[in-house]
Design a protein around this ligand. Structure first.
Ligand SMILES: [Zn+2]
Length: 454
């Protein structure tokens, strides 16, 4: 008699296709995957549903831990079928990994969690606050020491944001990436330096750092970098580098809009022309003009006076988003973050949207290949060991969804609205989502890399 049995579901296998199999779970682990009947104390009937490895979000954000947005975002992740997340991207992760763990443990989380160290946070720690100047030799040395402390404590790696910290020098990137490369399995993720007409230059810079340091490298959210006419070339560059032995991959959120603060360098003069867009493509998320679109005057006025107002920019080419989603070097991630019900709809919709809109409705790929991009692939990339596959001995992180119903419901007007079709989510064998709703049970673990320095 097993503690939990999931019966009658279809399990996607990357090489085997969909197979009707039953799954047994005991003490948080998958203990049997079999075609014969299994007896359980608690039985979940997954008839006509897909029993998938829990989704792994390799690129997401949370607001600082001490604000409510932290758990709000993680709850939205669970409702999307996500069971493990990697936070701390785009330079923003905390510099002190041990502190991240202490804070995490204070408040139960519905999903497994880890966070990269943020380059911007390291800069702030060493007093290098001018975002437009390169760090000095001494500052780089001091940052590398802090980074090593975090890596010794099990941090999965480091994130850069070259667009938001334009002063970041090549030397700074190389030294800190080398420090990460000294720890096998750890990674560097980078928010590109330029988008649109300079996207290929930005991709070239990321490939150069990956090549020179040999570090495992993730070019973050390639859509907002290159979906303005440069995507095919950008993907070809990554492919060529990969064939040449450079360990670089990418991720993409399944939307043709991005979101950031109107005062950020992303909206520096010339951006509208560069994106071949209009001011009306910018949708205002918060502040006095919430829910309105920009025009030139409104844009200038808000950028000047309320630089922290968030704007959703509907400026990317859909066909190029699709091309990136389909590419074998790309994983699908959310880049999501919610705070007080506000944010880009990807924070509550990315994974159901990928499955419902792009896999089912637009038939960009088959189900097993799609599920691979959001489970086994990121699990391998992150070195998560026994996660990301439905297999005996693996952690019982499992998402049961209805392939006919799954779809995102979050919109720019209602960004936190939960999706449809994500029925049950188990995290370490604990039922975190049942009938599409949170159960209130929170079994997420703080994930650390084991220390294995060469
Ligand atoms: Zn970013």
């Amino acid at each position: 008699m097993h503690q939990i049995v999931i019966k009658n579901g279809l399990i996607p296998g990357f090489s085997e296709g969909l197979q009707k199999l039953n799954v047994a779970i005991d003490n948080g682990l998958i203990t049997a995957v079999a075609s014969n009947l299994l007896a359980g104390e608690y039985v979940i009937d997954a008839e006509e549903k897909y029993v998938s490895p829990g989704f792994i979000d390799i690129h997401m954000h949370t607001y600082p831990f001490d604000q409510t947005g932290y758990i709000e975002t993680l709850n939205a992740m669970a409702l999307m079928g996500v069971t493990t997340v990697l936070d701390g991207h785009c330079g923003l992760g905390k510099s002190d990994f041990m502190k991240s763990e202490m804070i995490f443990l204070e408040k139960p989380s519905p999903v497994n969690y880890s966070s990269l160290v943020g380059h911007l946070s390291l800069r702030m720690m060493v007093g290098c606050s001018d975002l437009f100047s390169p760090a000095s030799e001494d500052d780089i040395t001091a940052m590398a020491l802090l980074l090593q402390q975090a890596l010794n404590a099990g941090a999965p790696g480091l994130s850069f944001s070259l667009e938001y910290v334009p002063g970041t020098s090549l030397k700074e990137q190389l030294t800190l990436s080398e420090a990460v490369a000294a720890y096998p399995g750890r990674m560097v993720t980078t928010h590109f330096r330029y988008d649109a007409d300079r996207a290929l230059e930005a991709v070239g810079e990321m490939i150069l750092v990956a090549r020179k340091t040999g570090v495992k490298y993730q070019a973050s959210h390639i859509g907002s970098c290159a979906a303005y006419g440069q995507m095919n070339k950008a993907l070809q560059m990554l492919e060529a580098a990969r064939l040449d032995g450079v360990d670089i991959m990418t991720d993409i959120y399944p939307y043709s809009s991005f979101m950031t603060a109107i005062g950020s360098p992303v909206f520096s003069p010339g951006c509208i022309e560069r994106w071949k867009a209009n001011y009306e493509d910018l949708y205002i998320i918060d502040g006095r003009h919430k829910g309105k679109r920009c025009n030139q005057d409104r844009f200038n006025e808000i950028r000047e006076n309320e630089p922290s107002v968030m704007v959703m920019a509907e400026v990317m080419n859909e066909a190029e988003i699709e091309a990136a989603i389909c590419h074998p070097l790309a994983m699908v991630a959310s880049d999501g973050m919610l705070f007080d019900g506000q944010g880009h709809p990807r924070g509550a919709g990315a994974f159901p949207r990928f499955l419902g809109r792009y896999v089912r409705d637009r038939a960009l790929m088959d189900w097993p290949a799609a599920i691979d991009k959001i489970s086994a692939m990121p699990a391998m990339r992150l070195g998560l060991g026994n996660r990301g596959v439905i297999k005996k001995g693996y952690s019982a992180d499992i998402t049961i969804f209805d392939p006919k119903k799954v779809i995102d419901c979050s919109t720019s007007a209602e960004p936190a609205k939960a999706p449809l079709g994500i029925e049950t989510v188990l995290v370490g064998g604990v039922e975190t989502v049942k009938a599409g709703r949170l159960t209130g049970k929170a079994n997420g673990k703080f994930l650390k890399h084991k220390l294995c320095r060469v």
